[in-house]
Design a protein around this ligand. Structure first.
Ligand SMILES: [Zn+2]
Length: 232
């Protein structure tokens, strides 16, 4: 059950870092599709809340549990990106301003060097007008996956972001540090117009070390201890 415990931990870690609120979600690829928690607040997720979906985002064994409406984000990205093993969708508060101003996020902090890869911004209006901004159909999920292309993350205008990884720790770590990087960039912009960003060579050199291997076991242990305490 270890990968599923990892997913329980991932929900709680993202909530603890303020990256997902009561509505964000994180999924893990499974042999038949992916696992995603039922529609409850992520910081309350336990193993029993995890539902397996096929890649068309149909629940395989819902047993009366309610699915999140934006699950198509996950299914469509897994279809488009065979190397992706985990997907986070969040409403990362410091990221949203970049999605509505045209000010690009840039790499200025080594823990979030992947920002330097260039993060696209999903404009839902280009696909469908007058929506509530939620990606709740397969067509919208597919369009988002197309915008994400081969990148590690994409902003979603007026809504949040989607972050992917070749592993769960990488997707979670990127989400935590994407939020921090956005906050730091806003702070730096308040201090000065002249900011020294990472250059292309530094971005490239920083990529291989970003598996957040020191943070993940610590985060996981704390999250699962909390989950166990709640079960008692
Ligand atoms: Zn959302």
């Amino acid at each position: 059950m270890e990968p599923l415990e990892d997913l329980v931990a991932a929900n709680r870690i993202l909530a603890a870092h303020g990256v997902i609120d009561a509505y964000g979600h994180v999924s893990l690829r499974s042999p038949r599709g992916y696992y995603l928690a039922q529609a409850i607040a992520p910081e309350r997720v336990q193993l029993d809340d995890l539902i397996e979906y096929d890649l068309d985002s149909n629940p395989i064994d819902a047993r009366g549990r309610e699915s999140v409406r934006e699950r198509f984000i996950h299914g469509e990205i897994y279809k488009a990106r065979p190397e992706v093993m985990a997907v986070v969708h969040n409403h990362s508060p410091s990221v949203v301003p970049f999605s509505v101003t045209g000010v690009p996020m840039r790499a200025l902090f080594h823990m979030a060097a992947f920002v330097g890869d260039g993060l696209p911004n999903f404009e839902i209006r280009d696909v469908q007008k007058g929506t509530d901004l939620l990606v709740k159909t397969p067509a919208l999920g597919k369009a988002l996956a197309l915008t994400l292309s081969s990148k590690p993350a994409a902003l979603m205008r007026g809504h949040g972001a989607v972050v992917v990884g070749e592993s769960l720790p990488r997707a979670v770590g990127r989400s935590v540090y994407l939020e921090q990087s956005a906050r730091m960039q806003m702070q730096a912009l308040l201090l000065s117009k002249k900011i020294t960003y990472l250059d292309a060579a530094e971005v490239k050199a920083s990529m291989p070390i970003q598996d957040y291997n020191r943070a993940w076991p610590l985060w996981r242990e704390k999250a699962l201890a909390q989950a166990r305490a709640e079960r008692k």
